[in-house]
Design a protein around this ligand. Structure first.
Ligand code: MTE
Length: 321
């Protein structure tokens, strides 16, 4: 397979190089104090095995005031149907996902298309941390510190043409390893697909995550690269992306194909439009337990109204759900 090179430059991704989980919070404190640059040096004596998977990234203001969902909940309560339908299937079956030598195919209406190595794509980006709320259509939510880069910055590398009105994303298809993709009981027409309107994709909030909690993405969270669109229901945030295609027509998307009366293309978080089978007015912020099922009100566009409402001006959001 031909793998194109995007650039000859070799900017640095993984830092000095690394930060073990135990000092993650300490490092965040460093960053808050503007001492980020010193953090790598301060911890550079750590053993390589301890430091595996840690990423270098800059801090941002996104979500700084939020209370984070504990890492354990973020990485053990997942939706990733390629690894099973139960909430703990993805963590238990995580080893089925093979992420070595990952490539992404870029196709459709763009000047730069072809097969690119993920390393090459990521090399051109400055990693940053953004804390976003994730609201699942099933009415649970989390607050996650993602590491990654702006989707717009990445897409600009491929120079989409004026015919590109939408972007379609496709997840890995590997039935030899991902057992669920072979299952006769699966309702999904694999591979999992999602899409965004071009202006949504170019919105400042749209994010490509390669990590969370300061480390590379765990398989169950969509390694090695996934989308995060925080004002939309979680199913839009497609995991383990292998293909990006610029299209003129609105792309077909997995959940819309399965049940179009329940899951629309837009899937904007909207407390006023209920799912046909349950209310979307409130949500269960994880971690919750049998003894703590407290719900919080769901906000329009998941609380990101200021950044995104302008894109839907004049649209009937009951119709375009
Ligand atoms: N992407 C793929 N490829 N397969 C999936 O099953 N599930 C979606 C989304 N991305 C899914 C996916 C759903 S329904 C949600 S809520 C989020 O991933 C969950 O992300 P998380 O497990 O990291 O919290």
């Amino acid at each position: 397979m031909l793998i194109k090179s995007l650039s000859k430059s070799s900017s640095i991704l993984t830092e000095a190089d690394v930060t073990p989980e135990s000092i993650y919070h300490q490092r965040r404190k460093f960053m808050k104090q503007g001492l980020y640059g010193l953090a790598g040096a301060a911890f550079s004596g750590m053993s390589p095995s301890l430091l595996a998977n840690a990423l270098s990234f800059k801090s941002t203001a996104y979500g700084k005031k939020e209370t984070l969902t504990p890492e354990k909940a973020v990485t053990t309560y997942n939706n990733f149907y390629e690894l099973g339908t139960g909430k703990d299937d993805p963590v238990n079956n995580a080893s089925q996902l093979k992420t070595d030598d990952w490539t992404i195919e870029v196709a459709g209406h763009a000047e730069v298309t072809g097969q690119f190595s993920l390393k090459d794509i990521v090399k051109k980006q400055q990693l940053e941390e953004r804390i976003y709320r994730l609201r699942c259509v099933e009415a649970w939510s989390m607050v996650i510190p993602w590491v990654g880069f702006s989707l717009a910055d990445m897409l600009k590398q491929f120079k989409p043409t004026s015919k590109a009105k939408y972007v379609e994303f496709t997840s890995i298809y590997d039935p030899d390893n991902l057992k669920a993709q072979k299952s006769v009981f699966s309702t999904i027409d694999w591979p999992y697909k999602e899409g965004l309107r071009m202006d949504e994709a170019m919105n400042e909030l749209s994010f490509m995550a390669t990590g969370l909690y300061g480390k590379s993405l765990p398989n169950q969270n969509g390694a090695p690269i996934r989308l995060v669109v925080p004002w939309k229901y979680g199913f839009k945030s497609i995991k383990s992306i292998v293909k990006i295609r610029f299209t003129e027509e609105m792309p077909q998307t997995t959940w819309n194909q399965i049940a179009s009366n329940e899951y629309g293309f837009y899937a904007n978080v909207n407390p006023q439009v209920d799912h046909p089978r349950w209310s979307q007015a409130s949500e269960r912020r994880l971690p919750s337990s049998f003894f703590n099922l407290k719900r919080i009100p769901t906000k329009m566009f998941n609380g990101y109204e200021e950044q995104v409402a302008h894109m839907y001006k004049g649209m009937d959001l009951k119709r375009y759900y």
